[in-house]
Ligand binder design. Structure first.
Ligand SMILES: Cc1cc2nc3c(=O)[nH]c(=O)nc-3n(C[C@H](O)[C@H](O)[C@H](O)COP(=O)(O)OP(=O)(O)OC[C@H]3O[C@@H](n4cnc5c(N)ncnc54)[C@H](O)[C@@H]3O)c2cc1C
Length: 381
């Protein structure tokens, strides 16, 4: 154990990904933000480092490892480039992990090797124009016929959709059944009857492409359903619970990058004849940012450690997502303040970080939904 309370293996992983983040991801982040293009070279290098296989069974091409290792990697990726970390988490914690947790041996053998190597891109399609927080109200329908589910409907705001080879998609055979009617299907992106429209105009995390997926009589083999009847929603919530820990780590990475940029700037920017870091007002902001970021990191680590020990972790995962997203926003806000006018203009990193942080309070369950989950769990006990 070291000062970060990481074991030797975790520290080694942190050093490797931190080096990649400093030398590669952060160098490219501004260009990707400007172009809004999918970061193929980052994805390819993340694949080469074996990071898409973290927590995935080695039998299916994964690299195994723990949730703690996954959050160490996710934090470092987000510290260098938040948009790339969205691609990473949607691909690994949502799509790949779903198949790893609930796929049959055949489904895992067919899909996981391509996903863990990064040769195939994964997406997780739950949200619809009329069903975001109220996910159980989804309407994308599937009708079982002659060995297929025929899927019709529209998904929206789906990360990685424009590039996705594999889409874990939630559908309903009978929307009057609510959450009980929901199935999860593995849908190949190249099937007939799928149109993906890239959604433009995103505030932040711009290189993480997002799409609308329209299914029009798309025939999905029945062998591509994960689990049996009435379990799709429960499976989906389990995957989201686990993935919220990764989003917490992403937020810590964003907060840490805001903190580091602020410390550097405070040492060099002068006002009234000395560095602004000599001013107590600036020192207090930096002290608060560092304290909040560290507290957020420990909350993420606690949720991850609980999960690794097969203990209940859903409440802590929601706490991590709720608190860490608040911290990412607060640190981004303070970082812009410390940078003054410079911080309001691109390509100052904190201008991008400020926009990137905002979405963390919205996706994978808004902050209001996290509070609802936390309170419901506490009041039920
Ligand atoms: C960049 C980006 C990427 C995304 N990626 C994906 C993805 O990969 N896959 C996917 O499936 N989805 C994805 N989403 C969708 C995201 O999960 C939803 O936007 C989110 O769940 C909120 O749903 P909504 O936008 O419909 O908001 P709504 O549900 O309409 O909520 C609007 C407001 O009402 C509040 N609210 C709603 N219900 C309650 C309640 N019961 N109590 C208190 N307040 C409530 C919300 O907190 C929010 O403030 C993404 C979204 C974005 C912006």
């Amino acid at each position: 154990m070291n000062q970060d309370l990481l074991n030797e293996e975790e520290q080694l992983l942190k050093n490797t990904v931190a080096d990649f983040s400093d030398k590669v991801l952060s160098e490219r982040a501004a260009l990707y933000d400007e172009s809004g293009k999918f970061p193929w070279d980052n994805v390819s290098e993340i694949g080469q480092l074996g990071l898409f296989g973290l927590t995935i069974d080695e039998e299916y091409g994964g690299s195994g490892g723990t949730t703690r290792q996954l959050v160490v990697a996710a934090e470092e990726i987000a510290r260098g480039c938040a948009a790339t970390s969205v691609v990473y988490i949607a691909h690994l914690s949502l799509c790949t992990q779903y198949i790893n947790m609930f796929g049959s041996a055949e489904q895992k053998a067919k899909y996981l090797p391509g996903l863990t190597s990064g040769q195939k891109i994964g997406a997780f399609a739950l949200s619809e124009p009329g069903a975001g927080s109220d996910a159980a109200n989804l309407k994308t329908g599937s009708v079982k016929t002659n060995g297929h589910f025929v899927v019709n409907g529209t998904k929206t705001w789906i990360s990685n959709a424009p590039e996705a080879d594999v889409m874990v998609t939630m559908v309903t055979q009978d929307s009057t059944l609510g959450y009980k009617g929901i199935d999860s299907l593995i849908i190949d992106g190249d099937l007939d009857g799928i149109t993906v429209n890239k959604l433009n105009g995103k505030m932040g995390v711009r290189a993480s492409t997002v799409g609308e997926i329209i299914f029009d009589n798309c025939h999905v083999p029945v062998t591509n359903r994960m689990g049996g009847d009435n379990v799709g929603f429960r499976q989906t919530m389990s995957v989201l619970n686990a993935s919220r820990i990764s989003i917490g780590a992403q937020c810590v990475g964003i907060a840490q990058s805001a903190l580091e940029a602020s410390i550097d700037y405070a040492k060099t920017r002068e006002a009234f004849g000395s560095p602004i870091g000599d001013l107590q007002a600036i020192q207090w902001m930096i002290a608060d940012m560092a304290t909040e970021t560290e507290a957020a990191r420990q909350l993420v680590m606690k949720a991850a450690t609980l999960r690794d020990n097969d203990l209940p972790f859903a409440t802590e995962a929601s706490m991590a997502k709720l608190y860490c997203s608040r911290v990412a926003m607060d640190c981004a806000y303070k970082a812009v303040q410390i940078h003054g006018g410079t911080g309001y203009f691109a390509p100052t990193p904190v201008e991008r970080i400020f926009r990137d942080a905002r979405v963390t309070e919205i996706y994978e369950g808004t902050s209001e939904i996290q509070r609802l989950v936390i309170a419901r769990n506490l009041l039920r006990d």
